[in-house]
Design a protein around this ligand. Structure first.
Ligand code: AMP
Length: 399
């Protein structure tokens, strides 16, 4: 089955065409600056050259139609006609409490996703625009929605409730939802395989450390806790997001700096995390490690705080599961920064964890980086959300 995987942001659209039998990527790319000046399509067919084409894209429908043109282009396309696409899989951000698994999209599902817009006002409307565009341009082709939140719906009440008046949960469904679910699911399943254990009988912690970052605890095949909350702002310190803070800081800052709630939320989302703590040096952990290596205090404090917080979540989730079999690192930082993995694991000696320095240098493959006698296995597993979406979509279409 040929599955077109679509990830629609408010001004961008990422895509991959995946053969669900061989799991090979036939082509992939990105539409940038949709609805703005200077929009462009970046397209790479498997084994071919990356092409960048400036093209006006007034909306997402135009972007999808340019993607289809690229995929069916006589010279550099990988499809002879649009009819070869068997299904479309959409990455959807927020399914609220309505979606505990992926689903085929129909009118009822679209209404339910729209009802979750309040919970993800930036992401869900963009996701819906992508669905609409594909429905118009590929009528009759089955479409599936794979939610970032769905995997975490197995969390028990004690993990998802906040200590605020219960009426707010009842009225507005304010609770922990968690994100990056497709990645946590993919990586934890792979970890169980690498452990040689049944997924339903393993305790796994996944550290998804990218520009956005979250940790989750997966016990016996079910997510039992995760660090992101109602929104992707909670939990770890991230590239530009603060993660956990004392909520009273919001009021304190509002008074001291004469800021509105919107302004403070923008600071917490866009000017905090590694970027803010480093004094706006960078949100990229490569720059901050380099600064730290040069002895610059802004780099040192940022890296130390970042790793300490990851280690604290690992400790908390080990307690939540009464043990852990494997700790996995994934996403941009998790996959590519041996220094981060090493520094986080230095806090984990009490778990009998020891890291093999040579294994820890490996990149781009699934690898165990702990020593043979380490009591808990530590792994690096490159995440592949697109493949996970293609698998889910193919399974739904097959029925
Ligand atoms: P993601 O959101 O998963 O694409 O991750 C992006 C982040 O990964 C970047 O902002 C960097 O901080 C980090 N990153 C990417 N490559 C490296 C690397 N070689 N070393 C350290 N961090 C990296």
């Amino acid at each position: 089955m040929k599955i077109l995987v679509i990830n629609c942001g408010s001004s961008s659209l990422k895509f991959q065409l995946i053969d669900s039998e061989t799991e090979a990527v036939a082509a992939k790319g990105l539409c940038e600056r949709i609805g703005m000046e200077g929009s462009k399509l970046i397209y790479t067919p498997a084994g071919g050259e990356k092409q960048e084409t400036e093209a006006p894209m007034e909306d997402h429908k135009k972007a999808v139609s340019l993607v289809i043109d690229a995929l069916t282009d006589k010279e550099t396309g990988v499809l002879s006609s649009l009819s070869e696409i068997d299904a479309v899989g959409h990455r959807l951000v927020h399914g609220g409490e309505k979606f505990a698994s992926s689903t085929l999209i129909n009118e009822e599902v679209i209404t339910a996703i729209t009802e979750c817009n309040d919970l993800a006002p930036l992401h869900n409307p963009a996701n819906l625009i992508g669905i609409n565009a594909c429905q118009e341009l590929m009528p009759g082709v089955p479409q599936a929605g794979v939610f970032d939140t769905a995997f975490h719906q197995t969390m028990p009440e004690k993990a998802y409730l906040y200590g605020i008046p219960y009426e707010y949960y009842e009225k507005y469904r304010i609770r922990r939802y968690g994100f990056h679910g497709t990645s946590h699911s993919y990586v934890s399943k792979r970890a169980a395989e690498m452990l040689g254990k049944d997924y339903g009988d393993a305790k796994i912690i996944v550290c998804h450390l990218g520009n956005g970052a979250s940790v989750s605890a997966i016990k016996n095949g079910k997510c039992v806790d995760t660090s992101m909350g109602l929104t992707p702002l909670e939990g770890l310190m991230m590239g530009t997001r603060s993660g956990d803070i004392d909520p009273a800081i919001v009021e304190f800052l509002a008074h001291k700096e004469d800021l509105s709630i919107d302004e403070i939320m923008s600071i917490l989302n866009k000017k905090s995390g590694m970027y803010g703590l480093s004094g706006y040096l960078s949100s990229d952990s490569r720059d901050l490690h380099a600064a730290s290596d040069e002895g610059k205090p802004e780099g040192i404090r940022t890296i130390k705080t970042y790793c300490y917080r990851v280690a604290k979540y690992i400790g908390a989730y080990t307690a939540a599961m009464n043990g852990v079999d494997a700790i996995c690192f994934t996403a941009g930082i998790g996959e590519n920064s041996p220094e981060t993995r090493e520094e986080v694991c230095e806090y984990l000696g009490y778990l009998g964890i020891a890291i093999d320095a040579e294994q820890n240098k490996k990149r781009g493959e699934d690898v165990v980086i702990s020593t043979a006698d380490s009591r808990v296995k530590v792994m690096v597993i490159p995440t592949n959300e697109e493949l996970a979406i293609a698998r889910e979509t193919a399974a739904l279409v097959r029925g």
